[in-house]
Design a binder for this molecule. Structure first.
Ligand SMILES: C[S@@+](CC[C@H](N)C(=O)[O-])C[C@H]1O[C@@H](n2cnc3c(N)ncnc32)[C@H](O)[C@@H]1O
Length: 528
């Protein structure tokens, strides 16, 4: 059963991992020569309403973006949003991927997110062909797909949902039936001591997150991702074999840290090394160990040389960002003593005794969400610890090694970038938020920030963000917010109770304004 994207559009959101910056960074680390993202050409296949590329077009004004989608309704919606933003460097075409020819143009980055597994085999074939024929010589393509072995288990859940909905046409009725069936199964299968039961529970938790409030967006995800007529997962090795037949080769995963095995015993690692003879075999065995069910793979032309041994020198021109905070209230940065740094989620930590690396991390947290070129970071951090001139080479190597080690372990520790967007940390006198973030806030509680990540807003942040057009100072913002609160567009609460008294509203807003502005700055939604 094919669900029409015109009738039930796909939620057109931004995906940080598809940013050309991510592809350029990884390609650079692997010895490739990607085109600078600030002046590049990007093609997105199956771009829906352009929600993934118009934020990029705003953030990279000197680059060109083209989106292709077969659904007229989604493309029309994209045109409406693009014209509201006044963007000139993006075009969305209502077009079948099957009709893309070499004359359509060459692109430095091609994105196909959520398409490969969800289209019939001939379109899949053509998608791969486009990734070859329309990719510039140093280009990088991003293709995501459902993968085995993880999808075998998911396939059992999909089969049950398809069976339950086999005689139902109405898309929303299908979602209702599928969700009711999931509840029934979750109730019936114990999670304890049952592999399938535990998996079902974790899928239900995922859906609950995805379907926040079972809203229209979440329902469309369920319809188009799991209940779609075509949903063909592949093994990673099969995907790479397919890419190889088209003259493409594997670069890495967009989640670069995934490429590096971790959390396994020494014995497991030793066996892995003997089983795997190349990177593809290694990653296929890792997929078996991790029961991987979704992949986001980067490809490039087979003629290019991917250098898999990481060299520190390739990272020196990159930018780093990090919001790690030292565990200690009084970290010692000038001495060689181990300091532990914590990530937001506290799941991963980083420890180092290198004074310059410690000073660098503390500085990066201060300027978050800005990224600093590593060569500049080296100088800034060395100045902070009064490093002796003769240590510059050693410091550079130690800092680079720590940055790379952190990045390849988890992007929660350190993020590396190939460019620095026009993002500002501090809200100025008349704060200005990116028009893309403001448009997101107008539509709901998700705003795409300048790094192409999604910022999740509270209702208060949502109203505030929309007001940050660079024309209002704090007094004007307070006036407007007070107006919204009195009109009950903005619902304020004090000690859990609704606040409606104008005499209480204003002082409450005065208290709330600054921390919320700071939050929006830290969330990467403000521009200079
Ligand atoms: C699952 S959605 C993914 C949308 C978006 N890339 C994302 O990840 O959010 C698949 C998209 O591919 C489009 N599509 C499917 N077949 C297509 C084809 N043959 N040519 C162009 N677009 C197609 C659909 O209209 C839909 O917008």
């Amino acid at each position: 059963m094919r669900t029409d994207y015109d009738e039930t559009p796909y939620p057109s959101l931004s995906y940080g991992q598809t940013h050309p910056d991510r592809m350029a960074t990884i390609a650079t680390l692997l010895g490739l020569h990607p085109v600078p993202v600030t002046h590049c050409r990007v093609l997105e296949l199956g771009s829906a309403a352009g929600g993934n590329i118009y934020p990029l077009a705003y953030a990279l004004p000197d680059s060109q973006f083209v989106g292709v989608d077969i659904s007229q309704a989604q493309v029309d919606e994209g045109h409406r949003l693009i014209s509201r933003l006044g963007l000139q460097n993006i075009a969305l075409h209502k077009m079948d991927i099957m009709d893309i020819t070499p004359e359509f143009g060459q692109f430095d980055y091609i994105i196909a997110h959520g398409v490969y597994s969800w289209v019939p085999a001939p379109v899949r074939e053509k998608l791969m062909q486009v990734c070859k024929q329309n990719l510039s010589p140093n280009g990088v393509a991003f293709v995501s797909y459902n993968s085995y072995p993880g999808w075998h288990m998911m396939g059992a859940i999909r089969a049950a949902m398809l069976y339950r909905t086999r005689n139902t046409q109405d898309p929303m009725e299908r979602v209702t039936q599928a969700r009711a069936l999931l509840d029934f199964m979750a109730e019936g299968i114990p999670a304890e001591n049952s592999v399938f039961g535990a998996f079902l529970q974790s899928y239900m938790r995922f859906l609950q997150g995805e379907l926040k409030g079972a809203n229209a967006l979440g329902n469309a995800f369920l319809l188009h991702d799991e209940l779609e007529e075509v949903n063909d997962p592949v093994y990673f090795s099969q995907f790479i074999a397919h890419a190889t037949t088209h003259g493409l080769q594997y670069v890495a995963e967009a989640d670069f840290a995934d490429v590096f095995p971790k959390g396994f015993s020494e014995q497991t690692m030793a066996t892995l090394q003997t089983l795997a003879h190349d990177i593809v075999e290694m990653e296929q065995y890792l997929d078996f160990l991790r029961s991987k069910m979704f992949r986001q793979t980067l490809l490039c032309h087979a003629e290019n040389t991917v250098q898999r041994t990481l060299s520190l020198n390739r990272a020196i021109g990159l930018y780093a960002s990090s919001r790690l905070r030292p565990e200690s209230q009084t970290p010692s940065i000038e001495t060689v003593s181990v300091e532990k740094f914590l990530s937001g989620s506290d799941e991963v930590t980083l420890s180092t005794d290198h004074p310059v690396s410690k000073a660098a991390l503390i500085y990066l947290a201060e300027v978050w969400p800005r990224a600093i070129r590593i060569s500049d970071l080296l100088n800034i951090a060395r100045e902070k610890v009064n490093a002796p001139p003769e240590r510059i080479e050693e410091d550079a190597q130690d800092l680079l090694a720590n940055m790379l080690k952190a990045y390849t372990y988890s992007s929660q520790l350190v993020e590396l970038h190939a460019f620095q967007p026009r993002v500002v940390t501090e809200p100025g006198e008349r704060p200005l938020a990116s028009p893309v973030a403001r448009l997101g806030a107008e539509g709901g509680l998700i705003a795409t920030n300048m790094w192409h990540e999604r910022a999740h807003l509270t209702p208060f942040l949502r109203q505030l963000l929309q007001l940050l057009d660079g024309a209002r100072d704090r007094a004007a913002l307070l006036d407007k917010l007070t107006e919204l609160a009195i009109a009950e567009v903005l619902h304020l609460k004090l000690d859990g109770e609704p606040v409606t008294d104008p005499a209480v509203i204003r002082p409450l807003l005065e208290r709330e304004l600054e921390p919320n502005l700071q939050w929006l700055g830290r969330a990467g939604t403000l521009v200079g």
